[in-house]
Every structure is written in C-alpha cells, then in structure tokens.
Design a protein around this ligand. Structure first.
Ligand code: ZN
Length: 253
C-alpha cells in the first residue's frame, strides 16, 4: 500500500476527529490535499471541507449550537425545522428575537427582566406584594420558579450570577451595589427581611456568606431558604451533605 493510500485511509478512520475541520488547520490540510496531484479521493476531500451542502445552513447550525443546552445534533434539527417553516413564521420568530433584545431591560428596582415600557416591573409595582420581604435570587428563572409556587408574595432582587473567582466573577459583576442602594433608599425603609435563596453550590454558599456580612450590619433580618430532602426521594439514597443540612434545618412540628 502506497503512502498516499495509507494516509487517506487514516483520514477516514479518524473522521470523527475531523469534527474540527472547521479549524484553520483542518481546512488548510484538506485544501492542501485537494491540490495534491493524483490524490485518489479528491471529491471526498472537498465534501469534508463543509459538513452541509449550504454555507447558510452551516452558519445557522453554528448559531443554534451556541445556545445553552443545544448540541450539534439538536442545532441541526432546529436549523432544518426552520427551513421547512413558512417564510412568515420564520420572520415572526426572527422579529421576536430582535424585539426581546431591544425591548427587554433590567427593572430599576429588582433587576429582573422587564419591558422598557413597564419599568419598574409588574411585581415591584403590584399593590398585592408584601414590601417587607425581599428574596435574593441568582437569575430571572429563579423568580419564575418561586412565582410558580404561588406561596411567596414578597419582592425579589436578581443578582444575575453568583461570586465565582474561578470564572472571574466578583461581587462588582453582580447586582449587589443595586441591592444595597435599594435597601438604603426611600422604598427600602419598608423592607424588614432579606431572604437569601441562592443555589446550594460552592459559589452560591460563597455569595450567601458575602451578602450576610454586608447585610447584617444594616439591622435587617437576614434569612436563607432551608436545604433538605427533596419531596419523593428516599433517605437512604440522600447524600451526607444534604442529610446534614436537613438535620440542621429541622423544624418543629
Ligand atoms: Zn422589579
């Protein structure tokens, strides 16, 4: 077997590794090969330069794949779905994306997302909400989770992240300054309790400690949500850390 054939076979065997053929190195290598006189699989090498038969599809798939939780396969399915849709439906979808980007802003009070025509947001302006309580959460999706319970009637404050030195996120990158300004402002006089409802991760715990140190001296009640055994789970399968927290956070019945 001559050298060229050996190389081509190797190329096919390691095709999965050629998933990186969008990289300059991969592209240059294949382009180089296509100029190799007598290269026996010339037409295949051109095919390998691009995964799809259309540059536009390639770009669309790449864009979908950037979204959180979307892998290459799902991105491809979404792109092909878009192409099967009617033009007016795709236009509506594209407009919704741009509209959301253009019209959605942070609420001046709670920092949750709201329309620029309703700022402060509907929760902050609702007369039905308990203005003595502020629940501090990591992200807008946590607000949605609490609202779904229908059990909490206080206000919120969204930090938009947690302190994470490894990811280069410090207190100044979060909406902590805004929380302090809110508590010391005129409307902050009604606030009696701040509930820290952050995720039980190392970063969440760090942020809870940091906020507790900042908020305690303000003379407010600072509490945190309880951690424990999820409903429907069994004690024997619960990890030690969760069981310990559940014991610590036990309540009188
Ligand atoms: Zn708000």
């Amino acid at each position: 077997m001559n050298l060229k054939r050996k190389f081509v076979i190797h190329l096919f065997i390691s095709r999965s590794s050629l998933d990186t053929y969008h990289t300059v190195v991969g592209k240059n290598l294949l382009e180089g090969l296509s100029h190799w006189r007598g290269f026996p699989y010339l037409h295949v090498s051109n095919h390998l330069l691009m995964r799809y038969t259309s540059q536009a599809i390639e770009v669309l798939v790449e864009e979908f794949a950037k979204l959180p939780g979307i892998g290459k396969k799902t991105a491809q399915r979404l792109a092909l779905h878009i192409l099967r849709e009617k033009t007016e439906d795709v236009e509506r979808f594209a407009k919704a994306l741009l509209d959301a980007k253009e019209k959605v802003v942070y609420c001046v009070e709670c920092q949750n997302m709201t329309d620029n025509t309703a700022n402060p947001c509907i929760i902050c302006t609702s007369p039905k909400r308990n203005r003595a309580l502020v629940c501090v959460v990591e992200s807008p999706s946590d607000v949605i989770a609490f609202e779904k319970t229908n059990q909490y009637s206080g206000l919120y404050h969204v930090l938009h992240g947690v302190i994470s030195p490894l990811d280069g996120v410090g207190p100044d990158d979060l909406k902590i300054k805004e929380l302090l300004a809110r508590l010391s402002g005129e409307k902050g006089q009604h606030i009696k309790e701040v509930i820290l409802a952050l995720n039980p991760t190392v970063e969440g715990e760090t942020t809870v400690l940091y906020l507790t140190r900042l908020l305690k001296p303000l003379g407010l009640k600072v509490s945190r949500i309880a951690r424990g055994i999820p409903i429907g789970s069994e004690l024997e399968y619960t990890d030690e850390a969760t069981l310990t927290r559940a014991l610590e956070g036990r309540a009188e019945v």
